[in-house]
Design a protein around this ligand. Structure first.
Ligand SMILES: N[C@@H](CCC[C@H](N)C(=O)O)C(=O)O
Length: 285
């Protein structure tokens, strides 16, 4: 299988292009094992998961994403930027604006080119966040949002604000992101019965009305350098808690770099950031 390894701010995926390469199309049941295998740094390539670029019936392209543990997610913000760069640089997309289908719906993207006419930045309309518990999904009244809601996990109580950007995120506001024991707390909340489909766990330190630090424990992948849907969820959560100015670009500092996120007056969340190639190669199965 021919692959390309790409990253969005260090959140790295092995990309398999299925648009015109039949060798990259496997039996449906084989993708979870493929993701576990290639993500393994010792026996595979090493990554946070895999992404398939497929043909779509309803959009220009389709993205599927599997986490490191083989679970399939409905959306991936950093993955969308990688896919947008790949299809434009490889001339599958011929205009700077196009659409990508995900399991959570169709998103619009717009690419910005560098001096060599390759994609450097990608703007993504990530759509409207979902706030009601039934849509996250999480236990409790399905028609109520969880905004700074106390929950106890073992001996500890955390205040969660929950947002779905097509995939579920629980956001916790802290005084110092680097002092928070995310490797310990992340898996506990990810697997808590409160979240029937598990959850991505983000911690946020608000730095000002238009700036925040954000770290993430990703469902199915653990700690990663960045999470695009998570950065969007963090901005929505901080806005719901009235920590941020509304409708303006917010700078989100992640361990792998910065994203700009804006929750606009129409209710859509926009995300702008880079996507980068790491290498291309052939995988021995
Ligand atoms: N890194 C991604 C999100 C990948 C999926 C996530 N782990 C999930 O299971 O929901 C991003 O950039 O959004």
């Amino acid at each position: 299988m021919i692959f390309t390894k790409m990253h969005g701010l260090g959140n790295n995926y092995i990309i398999f292009n299925q648009l015109d390469d039949p060798d990259n199309v496997l039996e449906e049941r084989e993708y979870p094992a493929l993701s576990r295998k290639v993500s393994d740094v010792n026996f595979g390539i090493g990554s946070d998961g895999i992404i398939l670029i497929c043909a779509s019936q309803m959009a220009d392209f389709k993205m599927r994403i599997f986490n490191e543990d083989g679970s399939e997610a409905k959306n991936c913000g950093n993955g969308l930027r990688c896919v947008a760069k790949f299809v434009f640089d490889h001339m599958y997309a011929t205009k700077p604006r196009f659409t990508i289908e995900t399991l959570s719906g169709v998103v619009s993207v717009e690419v910005e080119l560098d001096k060599k006419q390759f994609v450097q930045y990608v703007n993504v309309d990530m759509g409207e966040p979902k706030l009601l518990k039934g849509m996250i999904p999480m236990e409790g009244d399905p028609f109520v949002a969880a905004i700074n809601e106390p929950h106890t996990f073992g001996e500890e109580e955390y205040f969660l604000t929950c947002v779905s950007m097509g995939n579920p995120h629980a956001i916790i506001f802290v005084d110092e992101v680097n002092a928070f024991p995310l490797e310990k707390v992340g898996p506990v909340i990810e697997h808590a019965s409160l979240f029937p489909e598990r959850v991505n766990v983000g911690i946020v330190q608000v730095k000002g009305r238009q700036e925040m630090d954000y770290r993430v424990w990703e469902r199915g992948s653990g700690i990663t350098m960045a999470c695009g849907t998570g950065a969007c969820a963090a901005v929505v959560a901080a806005t719901m808690n009235e920590f941020l100015d509304k409708h303006v670009p917010i700078t989100v500092h992640l361990p792998g770099g910065d994203l700009t996120v804006r929750w606009d007056q129409q209710g859509h969340v926009w995300k702008r950031g880079e996507a980068t190639y790491i290498c291309h190669g052939e995988l021995e199965l």
